[in-house]
Design a protein. Structure first.
Length: 266
């Protein structure tokens, strides 16, 4: 893959915007890890917006000068924030939804309104947002559950493991585990690698960010495959250096210097 060459007349925002929507009083780090993973890929994306509760946003501002936070009043996201969030989704190329978003009923209403109104937009849906949606009601998405979240997604969709693929349409599932399964309606790819040290909190948020970054450049199935491979390769590199005592922020440090991004930089 190769990024389109930038015009010398281009201005900020013309070369890509990613909107990351998540965070809550309970989970302040998840949405930061996801958004910073996007930025750390150095794909030439001009802007990464993080739309999150205001206290989460201030924490992110202290951690990274490269992310633009939109500070939404309250401790959780809900429908009252939709009109503001909409402005940023409208100008983004990819949205990442769910990291640290929590399980509030009012948050669920917001998530489903976004899903309903943005069927054509490329989406990555992760974490608690996976427990709020139905497979039949979403389009153009990479869904990134671990096995427990996958079971909850099927239950909420009133589907089972023998029939859910018929309803995937243009969605892709990245089922996380010892082996990652990348699943579309018509094909399945298994990604091996990784290690038990990667089960620590936050590595899934980083993986979701990698999916969003790759989705900026390629189709959803390929984006999920590339993200899974890179995440596992970094995890195995870190295990050799640090053993099983990994933390998610270790991955952020490795992303931008990885030789396995499969991207020709412009």
């Amino acid at each position: 893959m190769k990024l389109k060459k930038r015009s010398k007349y281009s201005h900020k925002g013309q070369n890509g915007i990613v909107a990351v929507i998540g965070g809550s009083r309970e989970y302040t780090g998840a949405v930061y890890l996801a958004a910073e993973a996007v930025a750390s890929m150095r794909l030439g994306i001009d802007l990464v917006y993080v739309l999150c509760p205001e206290k989460v946003a201030w924490a992110i501002n202290k951690l990274s000068p490269d992310l633009i936070t939109v500070k939404l009043k309250g401790e959780h996201l809900d429908l009252k924030h939709y009109s503001i969030i909409k402005k940023y989704i409208d100008k983004s190329y990819v949205m990442l939804l769910g990291n640290g978003i929590s399980k509030q009923n009012r948050t669920k209403k917001l998530v489903n309104k976004i899903i309903k109104n943005y069927k054509l937009k490329k989406k990555i849906v992760d974490a608690d947002a996976l427990k709020m949606i139905k497979i039949q009601e979403i389009d153009n998405a990479i869904l990134t559950p671990h096995h427990g979240e996958f079971d909850a997604l099927l239950k909420n969709s009133k589907l089972n493991k023998s029939n859910y693929r018929k309803y995937l349409r243009n969605n892709v599932i990245l089922l996380k585990g010892h082996e990652d399964y990348i699943i579309s309606k018509n094909k399945v790819m298994i990604i091996k690698g990784g290690n038990p040290g990667m089960t620590v909190g936050g590595t899934g948020d980083v993986l979701a960010g990698l999916c969003a970054g790759y989705a900026f450049l390629t189709d959803l199935f390929n984006a999920a495959v590339l993200a899974s491979k890179l995440n596992k390769k970094i995890g195995d590199k870190l295990k050799k250096e640090l053993g099983n005592g990994l933390i998610a922020s270790d991955f952020l440090k490795e992303i931008s210097k990885s030789k396995d991004l499969n991207i020709t930089m412009c």
